[in-house]
Write a protein that binds this ligand. Structure first.
Ligand SMILES: *Cc1c(COP(=O)(O)O)cnc(C)c1O
Length: 450
């Protein structure tokens, strides 16, 4: 198995690059220069620009199962997977088939289709906490709408978010966001009026006292929003006791608890973090995996809250392409595959653990401190002496070391997220042999950079 994977590779990449031959990316360089002339920074989402690791972003020609192939014909094992959505890797046959079939009937109608109900039903069956769900086209939209709903339902204005958590780029949530913003050291963005963020209170992740302080400071808190497994400051899971205390605090104060599972949903486990921690949120937001690679977001919860949405209720929310039939068919196909493969998450977690333990061991051999963690198909590592429990801890990580690691691994044919403050993903197409090759390459790269 291993041999066929690596020997049949006619492209440059891991198969014929074991001796550290330089990987050429001339076409990517030229494409990036052309893009920069017509697209700000050459990218449509800032984290893609490789700013925090230096160098040129890799322009992709196509995906193939576990692999990405760039426009210079280099091949990489992909641990980014479009930042999470592709849990079945690239070009999954079943999802592809569903998308082709749906697209032949039309790309969009702006009218209800049965696929929306089917996907909604799958999710409602899966989650006790979800009676009804509404689909949108991105994670940003899902969270923005869930927050509006929480405010409408409670009749309150303030919200609590945590430092280092990212909930999309809507105005009131661009307050010390993680991911791109953290990397670039801009705690909030120009263009967001202070008036819009004055209702956003910031608390410290895994620190219940900081949340208590928010409830002391404001009697007008509509909701607390959290990534129950933070993935946008690197991978930092919340403590279960902390989430339980958070739930209790919300209940005592009549505020809703929103789990933002745009990343962790169908990634950390079948039921995301909600399935792992057994703390019941009032609303859950989804994105990424739920669309099987197409643009889909969603938010769902108890009927009493969801029925406040327009047209039944007064809280307005809408979308021309929401519930798009092609996107719904991709999501439905992905979700059906997930629910019918019984031990999928155990298998993914085993591989993620193998990778993290392997990296940890090789780093230790050369005296590089590495903090690793795994949740289902999600993995994360920090070049850090100490355990990372919150955003301040994460910021203590050695980003220069990360940049060198990233560059080294890319040249070995392994595509990791281009920032220390991101999460890595295992897809079902990644085999144990790929992980072993990756650990071997990492051992080499660690030696070069220590
Ligand atoms: C990616 C992400 C978002 C934003 O989703 P987009 O589809 O990029 O708008 C929101 N919340 C979390 C936790 C995410 O990981």
């Amino acid at each position: 198995m291993c041999d066929t994977i690596f020997k049949t590779n006619k492209l440059r990449g891991i198969s014929d690059n074991p001796k550290g031959k330089i990987m050429y990316r001339q076409n990517s360089k030229e494409a990036f220069n052309k893009a920069k002339r017509v697209i700000p920074g050459g990218v449509d989402s800032p984290v893609r620009a490789f700013k925090s690791v230096g160098g040129t972003p890799v322009f992709i020609k196509k995906g193939e199962g576990a692999y990405l192939i760039d426009i210079d014909d280099n091949r990489y094992i992909d641990f980014v997977q479009s930042w999470g959505p592709l849990i079945f890797g690239h070009c999954d046959k079943d999802i592809q088939k569903a998308v082709v079939k749906a697209s032949k009937k039309g790309l969009s109608f702006g009218a209800p289709v049965k696929a929306e109900t089917k996907l909604a039903k799958e999710i409602c069956l899966l989650f006790d906490e979800i009676d009804k769900i509404r689909f949108v086209s991105s994670g940003t939209e899902a969270v923005m709408s869930a927050i509006r709903l929480a405010r409408g339902y409670t009749g309150r204005d303030d919200i609590v978010k945590f430092e280092g958590c990212y909930h999309g780029h809507s105005d009131s949530l661009l307050v010390q966001a993680g991911s791109g913003a953290a990397t670039f050291g801009t705690p909030s963005s120009p263009g967001v009026p202070a008036d819009f963020t004055k209702h956003t209170l910031l608390a410290k992740y895994n620190d219940i006292d900081s949340v208590k302080q928010c409830f002391i400071n404001s009697k007008d808190i509509a909701c607390v929003i959290i990534e129950p497994i933070a993935g946008n400051m690197g991978l930092v899971p919340a403590d279960v006791e902390f989430l339980q205390e958070l739930k209790d605090l919300c209940e005592e104060n009549g505020a809703l608890l929103i789990f933002d599972e745009v990343m962790s949903g169908f990634r950390a486990s079948l039921k995301g973090a909600t399935g792992l921690v057994k703390v019941k949120p009032d609303l859950i937001t989804f994105g990424k995996v739920i669309g099987g690679g197409m643009p889909v977001g969603a938010f769902g919860g108890f009927e009493e809250i969801m029925d406040q949405l327009s047209p039944d209720g007064p809280v307005y929310q809408a979308g021309t392409l929401s519930g798009n039939p092609v996107a719904m068919s991709a999501g439905l196909s992905a979700l059906k595959k997930i629910t019918s493969s019984f031990d999928m998450y155990e298998d993914l977690e085993e591989k993620a653990t193998l990778l993290m333990k392997g990296l940890e061991k090789e780093a230790k051999k050369v005296g590089i401190p590495l903090q690793v963690s795994v949740r289902g198909s999600m993995f994360g590592f920090f070049f850090n002496e100490n355990e990372v429990k919150n955003f301040d801890d994460a910021l203590q990580s050695d980003t220069k070391m990360f940049a060198k690691f990233h560059k080294g691994m890319l040249n070995e044919g392994f595509y990791f997220a281009c920032s220390q403050f991101e999460t890595g993903f295992i897809s079902t197409k990644i085999k144990t042999e790929h992980i072993q090759k990756c650990i071997e390459a990492a051992a080499k790269v660690f030696k070069d950079i220590e």
